[in-house]
Design a protein around this ligand. Structure first.
Ligand code: LLP
Length: 463
């Protein structure tokens, strides 16, 4: 098919309803630092580099699709969070966003704590040498074996999520002759402005114990009665990909109100309050996330103000950012396979991955951007939908974006901001082999999670 058969950009206005599209960027070759990892740039040949290495070389060495993670960026974000919150607060990286042993070591070296939410995440953390007391263990249905392992290992805290769990953790701790530090996760009844599936503080859902109807106060009563537990605080996580701080404000207000009620009823002031994670990142140039120091300032002010009003000593604050640390640090590198212009509609660009390496678009209607990274181009913008190779029409990676109209099979394109919840939610759909995570820093690239092989898959198939 001749290149001229690819309809160029202007048609986008016909196919997307007014207000549902952004016009093509002025320069398709530009890389917006808001969405790309810190060391990403183009070399003099126009090839995108990360950590000083060209993506063409990385594709040759490690294949595509691949997640390329900018280690310097990861470390600097970790430091920014730690510095912003200082020694008066604790930052726990939420491992669910992306966890590997290298990541655990980086966190340990940079002095951050870790939040895990399964026995296997815990095992990963411990196997990489994270001190157990710097780990918090989450989850709405931890098994007895998982609880046993966590208590035995000596995790710094377990976040209790139900009435059953209060008793389970207490019994297990007692049987091990221990007193386990715990927090109680409550739902404060906040409607976070985010996708329904990632909002977690309204009451009609599986996480936490509702403040409403006095349930949280009752959970506190029960936890205080049990010898195996040391109740150290209250936990609230209102959701994910949130930009607006007002949800945290309401949450903090309600958590502090509970702390005051606890003081009035039991004569104790709980020393900790955890406000969870959920801070948003830029997936496209339209998103404007806050910096860690602004977030720290806002949260500290909110909690101090609320505590002052309630005449409580300000408790130690903790937060659990996952996406805000790892999300922007990686991008997914794909090779363009087929290009299908649909006259009057849009051009479908198929890549060698898809919903198996990024389920977020299909699951949450997430928006991403995309760029041609193996070369620059002066061609006109063409409206594209970047799709995968799976047997499903919802297999979309980037719903609406612009790429140069001379895009051709074999070109490398990359989707930025895929560090969080992409590899960690990857699947083997259609027996796809999950891509590697390659850490790049100072001109060196190193596989930290290797690509799955056919053998890996067939080894599980024992029928
Ligand atoms: N703390 C708790 C208790 C959480 O449940 C979560 C996320 C976090 C912290 C970290 O949230 P973050 O800072 O990463 O937003 N798969 C979804 C996100 C699910 C988040 C689950 N919990 C996505 O791809 O958007």
């Amino acid at each position: 098919m001749s290149r001229s058969a690819h309809p160029a950009g202007p048609r986008y206005a016909d196919v997307l309803p007014e207000g549902h599209y952004s016009p093509p960027p002025a320069d398709l070759n530009a890389l917006d630092p808001k969405v790309w990892a810190q060391t990403v740039t183009r070399d003099e040949d126009g090839v995108v580099t990360v950590g000083g290495i060209a993506v063409t070389e990385l594709a040759e060495r490690f294949g595509t699709p691949a997640y390329l993670l900018d280690e310097a960026d990861f470390r600097s974000r970790v430091r920014a969070w730690r510095t912003a919150f200082g020694s008066e607060a604790d930052v726990f990286y939420a491992g669910k966003a992306f966890l590997s042993r290298a990541v655990v070591r980086w966190l340990d070296e940079e002095g951050l704590n870790l939040d895990v939410c399964s026995g296997t995440e815990l095992a990963t953390a411990l196997s990489a040498g994270m001190p157990a007391e710097r780990i918090a263990f989450h989850g709405n249905n931890k098994s007895k074996a998982e609880i046993h392992r966590a208590v035995e290992a000596g995790v710094g805290r377990i976040v209790l999520d139900s009435f059953q769990e209060i008793v389970r953790v207490a019994h297990i701790a007692q049987s091990l002759g221990k007193r386990q530090k715990v927090q109680i996760r409550i739902t404060v009844g906040v409607e976070a402005h985010t996708h329904e599936f990632i909002a977690t503080a309204h009451e009609d859902q599986k996480f936490g114990i509702p403040l409403a109807g006095g349930q949280a106060a009752e959970a506190v009563r029960r936890a205080l009665r049990l010898d195996g537990l040391e109740l150290v605080g209250i936990h609230s996580h209102i959701g994910s990909q949130i930009f607006d701080m007002s949800g945290f404000e309401v949450a903090a207000h309600r958590v502090v109100r509970l702390l005051r009620e606890i003081r009035d009823e039991h004569g104790i002031e709980l020393p900790e309050i955890d406000l969870g994670g959920g801070l948003g990142i830029a997936y496209t140039s339209d998103d404007d996330p806050r910096e860690p120091h602004e977030i720290a300032k806002a949260l500290n002010e909110i909690v101090s103000r609320e505590c002052e009003a309630a005449r409580l000593r300000t408790p130690r604050i903790s937060v659990e950012p996952g996406r805000a640390i790892v999300g922007p640090t990686a991008f997914t590198l794909y090779e363009v396979g087929t290009i299908k212009p649909l006259e009057g509609l849009r051009t479908y660009v198929s890549v060698d991955g898809g919903m198996s390496d990024n389920i977020r678009t299909a699951l949450y209607d997430a928006e991403y951007s995309v760029a041609l990274v193996s070369r620059v181009s002066d061609a006109a913008p063409m409206l594209v939908r970047v799709v995968g190779k799976h047997c499903e029409s919802g297999d979309i990676v980037v719903k609406d974006a612009f790429l140069p109209a001379d895009l051709a099979p074999g070109d490398l394109i990359a989707v930025p901001a895929t560090g969080a919840y992409c590899r960690s939610m990857a699947s083997n759909y259609n027996h796809a082999l999950r891509p590697p995570v390659v850490a790049v820093a100072d001109g060196e690239a190193r596989v930290i999670v290797r690509r799955e092989t056919e053998e890996d898959l067939l080894r599980l198939d024992v029928g």
